[in-house]
Each structure stands twice: as structure tokens, then as C-alpha cells.
Ligand binder design. Structure first.
Ligand code: ATP
Length: 338
């Protein structure tokens, strides 16, 4: 049995817009275990980054409710000094854009050393440099000595992201959050970076949260998957179950959007529309109902909950039970939702 590292319970993160608070993460409950990759997938605006930032304690102006237990200790509301210590020592994050995560005025080597100094001041100068060179080679940089002396702008996007990963793993974190780590990179480099993250899971035995909107990436990488829609988890399961027996209409639509040789057929079965803006999110009933208007309102729950349909497989709202993709006529004759 794998050890539970992170346990999130009923977490809501709300942002103030004008005079109101709106929850971008709404009642999220999930766990991350040691030595596993939990992927969080969902379209843009579904709340993935807001959830990641909440775990890292990086929201300065948001209202956070609920609990985030890290190794059994609730870190919501933890004093910032203690949280700072935890970040870097125990938890770290790889951001989408490697350029903005690095200091343009500092050589790469010094930036990785800084991460080491902040969290372990006992290393001698020589030991620190050796450790930096070791980290650079661990993340697949071919000439660590040379790269040590370079500035971020002298590196390619893929090399920069490797440096960012070296900083993130410098202190051997137990929890690593990678937020769309390959978005800014071209396809071949994406694969290399993803392979590297997979390798790190075994190497440092971390629990990894991989945030992406790409279920293709997920099927290559993840042990378990949480699917987010409009701030909520709508389905969570191990990767095999999710890719072979997905139930929620949103998950099924996402899976159909993975390009296949039968592209003509799958295009027909992808649900149209997008996640509404934060102020316009439906707050009552099934949040996905508006995108599947051919499903009768009576098929949805008034207050949809996550149901455990098989051990470890949870699905929100009973609308999954009789769900089907629309026939052409149903797209026109809907049940009145818009
Ligand atoms: N600081 C903020 N203030 C107000 N609204 C915010 C803030 N951060 C995020 N939001 C809103 O919260 C919702 C969720 O955003 P979030 O960035 O978490 O989505 P995401 O799933 O990570 O999207 P993407 O894949 O595009 O990064 C969006 O409607 C977004 O506009």
C-alpha cells in the first residue's frame, strides 16, 4: 500500500471580483501518494492552477476553506515562515513558462545554488557546486560545467525547463507539482521533459501532481487521474480505469478529443462549448448540464456528489448513468438548457 503524502479535504479557493468572492476551486477532495503521478486534467479555466497554487500556499489574496494535510498536518493557514520552509524543502513546483521562472541576470549555476543555500546552508561552496553539476546532469544537460556558467537567455526552451526542474528537485522534494510543464516547448522536447519527470518519480520517490489539459500526455504518464470541470472534480480513477471505463460525459468527451486514426468518428463525439468564466459558473446542480442539453434535467442530481462506482473510481452526478453522445436531431431539440 502506498503512503499518502497529501490529503486534500473539501478545499475551496475563492477570488474576489468586484464585491463578491467566486470559488475557482470548489469542494475538492483528493489524495496524492508517495511515488505516484496524479494527473489533473481539464480545459482552460477549470481550476487546475488555482488548485496547485492553493496547495503551495501561493495565493495571497484568495479565500481558502477546507484542509490540505501534508504528511498528516494541515497546512491551510500555516504561518508563512513555516510554509516557506516546507516549500523547497518538501514541496516544489515546476511552472508553465521556464523563462519567467528564472532570473535573467543570474547564471544558471548560481540560481540552483541559491535554492540549495535557502534550504540547506551547511554545504560548503565546493560541495554546493558539485551538487549543482550533479543536478544538471541528472536533468539531462549534456555539458553541466558549460551550462553552469550560462544565462537563461543563452539556453533553448527545453534546456531552460530542465534548469527549472533542477531547481525544483534540488532539495529532493517529497511532493512535486508540475503545472503544464511542457506547454511552452515543441513536441520532441515535450516528450523528453515528460520522460524526465517520470524518471524523477522513481528516482526521488516523490508524489507528483501533473497538471495538463492533454489526456494523451496523461495516458503516458499518470498512475491516477482527477478530471476537473468548473472548479470541481468530476471523475477520479486509476489510469487504466479512466481510459477504459470512463463514465462522466466530460471525461468521455475529453478522451474522444485525443486524435486517433478514426478521427472522423471521434470528432462527432466531442462535446462543444467551454468552461464558463468564474463569475458565470453555474453554482447549483450539475455544472456540466448546459453542455449536454440533450440529456433530460431529471437525469441530473440537484446537488451532485462524487459516487464511488468501483473501488477508487469516483464520478460526480448521476447523469453519467444514461449518458449518450447526441444524435444530430438531439443537438437541435434540447431540453431547454442553454
Ligand atoms: N487571481 C485570480 N483572480 C480572479 N480570478 C482568477 C484568479 N486566478 C484564476 N482565476 C479564475 O479562476 C478560474 C480557474 O483558473 P485556473 O487558472 O485555475 O484554470 P486552469 O484550469 O489552470 O486553466 P489553464 O489551463 O488555462 O491554466 C478561471 O476562471 C480564472 O479566470
Amino acid at each position: 500500500m502506498r503512503e499518502e503524502l497529501l490529503e486534500i479535504k473539501n478545499l475551496s479557493t475563492s477570488f474576489r471580483i468586484a464585491d463578491h468572492y467566486y470559488a475557482a476551486v470548489d469542494d475538492v477532495t483528493l489524495t496524492v501518494r508517495k511515488n505516484e503521478i496524479l494527473a489533473i486534467v481539464g480545459e482552460s479555466g477549470s481550476g487546475k492552477s488555482a488548485l496547485a497554487f492553493s496547495i503551495m500556499g501561493l495565493h495571497t489574496r484568495a479565500n481558502i476553506d477546507g484542509h490540505i494535510y501534508y504528511k498528516g498536518k494541515d497546512i491551510v493557514g500555516m504561518p508563512s515562515a513555516a510554509l516557506n520552509k516546507l516549500r523547497g524543502n518538501e514541496m516544489s513546483m515546476i511552472f508553465q513558462d521556464p523563462l519567467s521562472a528564472l532570473n535573467p541576470l543570474m547564471i544558471v549555476g548560481a540560481q540552483i545554488e541559491e535554492a540549495l543555500i535557502l534550504h540547506d546552508s551547511k554545504l560548503s561552496k565546493k560541495q554546493r557546486k558539485e551538487k549543482v553539476l550533479d543536478l544538471l546532469s541528472k536533468v539531462g544537460i549534456p555539458r553541466p560545467d558549460h551550462t553552469y556558467q550560462q544565462y537563461p537567455h543563452e539556453l533553448s526552451g527545453g534546456m531552460r525547463q530542465r534548469v527549472v526542474i533542477a531547481i525544483a528537485i534540488a532539495n529532493e522534494p517529497k511532493l512535486l507539482i508540475a503545472d503544464e510543464p511542457t506547454t511552452a516547448l515543441d513536441v520532441t522536447i515535450q516528450l523528453q521533459i515528460l520522460e524526465l519527470i517520470k524518471h524523477l518519480k522513481d528516482d526521488i520517490e516523490a508524489g507528483i501532481i501533473l497538471i495538463t489539459h492533454d489526456l494523451g500526455v496523461v495516458s503516458e504518464m499518470a498512475d491516477r487521474v482527477a478530471v476537473m470541470y468548473a472548479g470541481q472534480i468530476v471523475e477520479i480513477a486509476d489510469i487504466y480505469t479512466l481510459t477504459s471505463r470512463a463514465k462522466h460525459p466530460y471525461t468521455r468527451s475529453l478522451l474522444n478529443s485525443i486524435p486517433t486514426v478514426k478521427e472522423e468518428k471521434s470528432r462527432l463525439h466531442v462535446i462543444q462549448g467551454m468552461v464558463p468564466s468564474l463569475q458565470n459558473l453555474p453554482r447549483a446542480g450539475c455544472r456540466f448540464a448546459a453542455r449536454i442539453p440533450w440529456i433530460a434535467p431529471s437525469e441530473h442530481e440537484d446537488d451532485p456528489k462524487l459516487h464511488e462506482v468501483a473501488p477508487g473510481h469516483f464520478v460526480r452526478c448521476s447523469c453519467y448513468k444514461n449518458f449518450h453522445f447526441p444524435e444530430r436531431t438531439e443537438e437541435v431539440h434540447t431540453h431547454g438548457t442553454s
